[in-house]
Design a protein around this ligand. Structure first.
Ligand SMILES: Cc1cc2nc3c(=O)[nH]c(=O)nc-3n(C[C@H](O)[C@H](O)[C@H](O)COP(=O)(O)OP(=O)(O)OC[C@H]3O[C@@H](n4cnc5c(N)ncnc54)[C@H](O)[C@@H]3O)c2cc1C
Length: 496
């Protein structure tokens, strides 16, 4: 089939009878539920957008030639990496980077897995079934253009004991073999996009200790598999609000759900890892991190560009040319350009990882994982500081349409230099929806945690950086010069 249209995507959602709860009710049709319809329509627009920009967003299936979402591409050159980046940018533009989990996010991850399956699941020849299942699944994901959610984190119950895993009945784990596969029980957190997904993937994140074979699982199953339950967080979609009043919330709530596996049977052909802790714990060596951070940095760059444009337009609308505001706008632009440089460099320095498969260079991307998590709260702060009370002096659509109020609003609530009242209200409402609404609160939490915390990313970045030879050489050079100049009593090797 290849890349689907928005209408096909919506039809797929309608025909999938998932067990999904939202605010106390089970939702039968996610495409018409007031709290979900806006998100469904936006995502349908993303599917259609691929066909509107085929040169950037579609790529031919290497075997069948049918057009696929560019996120499924397994790059084979620097040009491929650059082309994929252009496509991912086009997709991010559809939601100005506010939806983190448009399906290209998972498409890129599984293309990354499939590109390295021989070095990972197939490495020792003892998981041939799992490796075959993964490669087959990635092709199906691409050719049927499946919308995929995922969940990789164990729920928090008691931070003093959670990490002990063994004997912990909460994280999803295997409880039995069945005729057709295995049965799993437990929970995972958090499946963003759950209402708008056709399938859910479970795969490794934090490493498991020895003896935790039951937890060493990777698979993908349809979201309507019996026993699979999704509990959505409260909606941030403001159903019934005018788009003018809530331009982001009404369209860009991608939802997040807690996932319960209440004795779910995973068919054998859907299993990628079943009990192999070594494979589970080596997911970090597959290049996954570099590919996913490539996609996420492009998405974040788009959001930063939007934030810069928004803050600048706000300042202009109220004639704010003060040095303090100019400095903050410059700070936003700094973030934009550093993120842009990371994306450009990672493609330019892309590398052959074997079998003619090319991955982006992870070095410029690695710092983005913690930097973006700390920049986005600051981005919100800057928009609040630029906007100040003006963020709340914003007539609604109905107030603007009121015959009595409108002349007064035009007289008392216009902006500087010819910016009329409606333009000003629209701009500052957009800003409030970006930094102050329920969606805004969720989004800043997302930026802080969706790639795990900045702290965990910094620690991991340092520990993975095993080649410190140049950094050490620079230090040793100065120390040697100090010794030569008589600054040390003994050489380090001579000290006890
Ligand atoms: C909106 C949202 C959407 C999400 N969507 C998904 C999804 O679709 N799929 C999915 O699988 N997961 C998803 N997640 C979950 C996400 O993967 C986890 O929240 C993330 O991994 C962080 O998990 P954690 O609590 O273990 O964080 P941690 O990294 O443990 O951080 C928790 C706290 O501990 C601190 N900390 C951590 N390590 C250290 C340390 N060594 N020293 C000092 N302090 C430390 C951090 O600063 C932070 O304050 C989502 C999360 C959010 C918020």
């Amino acid at each position: 089939m290849g890349a689907r249209s928005g209408a096909q995507f919506l039809q797929g959602l309608r025909s999938t009878k998932r067990q999904l709860w939202l605010e106390g009710e089970r939702v039968d049709d996610v495409t018409t539920h007031p709290a979900l319809a806006g998100g469904a329509q936006t995502l349908a627009g993303v599917f259609d957008r691929l066909h509107a920009f085929p040169e950037e967003c579609l790529t031919p299936d290497p075997e069948t030639g049918e057009p696929l979402n560019v996120g499924h591409m397994i790059p084979r050159s620097v040009d491929d990496l650059k082309r994929r980046n252009r496509g991912l940018q086009r997709i991010a533009e559809a939601t100005v980077g506010l939806m983190g989990r448009t399906p290209d996010y998972m498409n890129v991850k599984f293309a990354s897995f499939a590109g390295r399956w021989k070095d990972w699941l197939g490495a020792d020849g003892r998981n041939e079934g799992g490796a075959h299942n993964l490669v087959t699944f990635q092709k199906r994901l691409a050719r049927q253009d499946i919308s995929l959610t995922h969940t990789i984190i164990h729920p928090t119950i008691d931070k003093s004991t959670d990490s002990q895993i063994l004997g912990n009945r909460v994280p999803v784990h295997k409880i039995a073999e069945s005729r057709a596969g295995i049965v799993v029980r437990g929970a995972r957190i958090l499946a963003t996009l759950a209402p708008f997904a056709d399938e859910i993937a479970v795969y490794p994140a934090h490493p498991l200790p020895a003896g935790a074979e039951a937890y060493a699982l990777a698979f993908s199953i349809p979201v309507d598999t019996p026993g699979l339950l999704f509990m959505c967080r409260d909606s941030a979609a403001t159903p019934g609000a005018a788009v003018f009043d809530r331009p982001l919330s009404t369209r860009f709530d991608e939802q997040d759900a807690f996932v319960i596996f209440d004795d779910v049977e995973i068919p054998r052909e859907r299993l990628f890892i079943d009990g192999r802790i070594d494979l589970y714990n080596s997911v970090g060596t597959t290049g996954l991190r570099d590919n996913m951070t490539n996609q996420t940095t492009i998405r974040a760059l788009t959001k930063l560009e939007f934030a810069y444009g928004l803050a600048t337009r706000m300042a202009e609308a109220i004639g704010d040319a003060s040095p303090v505001t100019q400095e903050m706008l410059g700070e936003l632009l700094d973030y934009v350009e550093v993120a842009r440089s990371a994306v450009l460099l990672s493609a330019e320095h892309g590398r052959d990882v074997g079998d003619g498969v090319w991955f982006p260079d992870g070095r410029p991307l690695a710092p983005m994982r913690s930097l973006l998590a700390t920049w986005f709260p600051r981005v919100n702060e800057i928009i609040m500081l630029v906007g100040s009370h003006n963020l709340l002096a914003t007539p609604s659509r109905r107030q603007l349409d009121d015959a009595l109020l409108r002349p007064l609003i035009d007289e008392f609530l216009h902006g500087a230099r010819g910016v009329d009242a409606e333009e000003r209200a629209g701009l500052f409402r957009l800003a409030w929806d970006f930094v102050g609404s329920s969606l805004a609160g969720r989004n800043v939490l997302y930026e802080r945690f969706y790639l795990t915390s900045a702290a965990r990313n910094r620690i991991g970045h340092h520990l993975r950086n095993v080649d410190r030879s140049r950094a050490y050489a620079l230090v040793d050079g100065i120390l040697a010069a100090g010794r030569k100049a008589g600054g040390f009593s003994k050489a380090p090797s001579e000290r006890g």
